[in-house]
Design a protein around this ligand. Structure first.
Ligand code: CO
Length: 432
């Protein structure tokens, strides 16, 4: 596959995945089309060798795996991990606000979002809606309004002359988008609007009422190639849907020799503590059942994990030419400079010299250069699912990712070549 067609598919995936729910649904479609069988966590599993399976949890996290030809207890597992969530504005449960003739929506800030870029964007709304049918059954469905239905206007500079000297955003006061002008005395119910939308979209006539939702605002500007020579990918949610896409492509492209796993957790941006997050039991529960199909002795998981490796894939901070002093002078990854190895002495990243050596040798086999990132000592280091999963499972782990600018903005920037290059490295990892 050439970079152009790889990136074409990537841009479509990014555009169709405004929320973790949509990302997991789209990954599920890719897996289903490739012949992966979906497993239900509530039923017993009958797993076969050289077979392909996947499991979803909370509609927002996914584990996909190939059982491989070789015995997992003597050959170990090859794991890759990513996360499906991105910082965003999420609707509060009772979100309608009437103020000064406008209908607005109350939002919570999800994760460490850069707030200023959310102003002056054509915003839409997507997520999961949970409902009750006329016969009293509970159900849920995904919704994506697609149209720009909301806007958070900046305050004019004339009303805040000092704004360019640095203005803090009060997330409770200043982030409510405007949806429409609503005369005093008129009412608007978001649930009624969503119900009408669902009825127009599909066979939702059975829905009696909406009981709850998890809806997120997103920028309707499409993911695209930018730059004088189209060298960059500009999109929302590159952190970390870029990694989800390249990792699932790698799993699909891998051969069937080794037992291979991809975990895509939710809730990384808010600390990973949830049933679908990396600090929850999801991955371990799947691995226990996967390994028990071959060896049901009580120490089988331990024996397998000690001969396995996890690539934790998440974006890395590329050097920004306007802010070069924010990087350590010896660790300045560039876009399209190859995969970035992330290292932190305080274990905010899980890489150690053994996993770094392994990853470097993997890249060298393909002639791929790699870079490294270490946070400055006078700045706080971010983290990933890497250290959490390493601590939960006891698995040797390396934190890697693609150099990116503007991480956690509403629109981020990566190189055009890096995604497919890293995909090839991860495929090699699964096959090695
Ligand atoms: Co991330």
């Amino acid at each position: 596959m050439s970079s152009a067609s790889f990136n074409d598919e990537l841009l479509v995936f990014l555009g169709q995945s405004p929320t973790p729910f949509h990302a997991v649904a789209n990954m599920s479609t890719l897996l289903h089309e490739a012949g992966f069988e979906r497993l239900d966590e509530t039923l017993p599993w009958q797993l076969k060798k050289q077979s392909h399976y996947y499991v979803m949890r909370n509609d927002s996290a996914l584990v996909a795996f190939k059982t491989g030809a070789l015995a997992v207890v003597s050959d170990g597992l090859r794991l890759a991990g990513t996360h499906t969530d991105s910082p965003c504005l999420k609707l509060k449960p009772s979100s309608e606000i009437h103020r000064h003739g406008y209908l607005q929506l109350g939002v919570e800030v999800y994760g460490g979002a850069l707030l200023h870029p959310w102003f002056d964007r054509d915003l839409s709304l997507a997520g999961r809606v949970d409902f009750q049918t006329h016969s009293g059954e509970l159900g849920s469905t995904l919704i994506d309004l697609r149209e720009p239905i909301a806007f958070i206007p900046s305050l004019a500079i004339h009303l805040d002359r000092d704004v360019n000297k640095g203005r803090a955003v009060n997330p409770q006061k200043e982030l409510s988008p405007i949806l429409l002008q609503l005369p005093a005395g008129e009412d608007f119910s978001l649930d009624a609007f969503l119900l009408q939308h669902l009825r127009q979209q599909n066979d939702a006539e059975d829905i009696d009422k909406i009981l709850a939702h998890e809806l997120m605002l997103y920028d309707t500007q499409a993911a695209t190639m930018v730059g004088l020579q189209q060298q960059f990918i500009a999109s929302a949610r590159l952190d970390n849907l870029l990694s989800c896409f390249l990792a699932i492509k790698a799993l699909l492209a891998s051969d069937d020799s080794h037992a291979s796993v991809l975990v895509c957790n939710d809730h990384e941006e808010v600390g990973s503590v949830s049933s679908a997050g990396a600090q929850g039991p999801f991955l371990k529960a799947v691995l226990e059942r996967m390994i028990a199909a071959e060896d049901d002795s009580s120490d089988a998981l331990e024996r397998v994990v000690r001969q396995s490796m996890l690539l934790s894939i998440d974006n890395a901070h590329g050097i920004h030419p306007n802010y070069a002093d924010k990087h350590d002078e010896k660790h300045r990854p560039v876009l399209d400079g190859g995969p970035v190895i992330k290292i932190n002495a305080n274990q905010r990243y899980a890489s150690n010299s053994r996993s770094v050596a392994f990853f470097k040798s993997l890249c060298a086999e393909l002639g791929v250069p790699c870079q490294s990132f270490v946070m400055r000592n006078d700045m706080a280091c971010g983290s990933t699912i890497g250290p959490i999963t390493a601590a939960e499972l006891g698995i040797t782990t390396i934190d890697i990712g693609i150099a990116t600018l503007g991480m956690h903005s509403i629109r981020e920037l990566s190189g055009a070549k890096d995604p497919e290059v890293l995909c090839n490295v991860v495929t090699r990892f699964y096959n090695r």
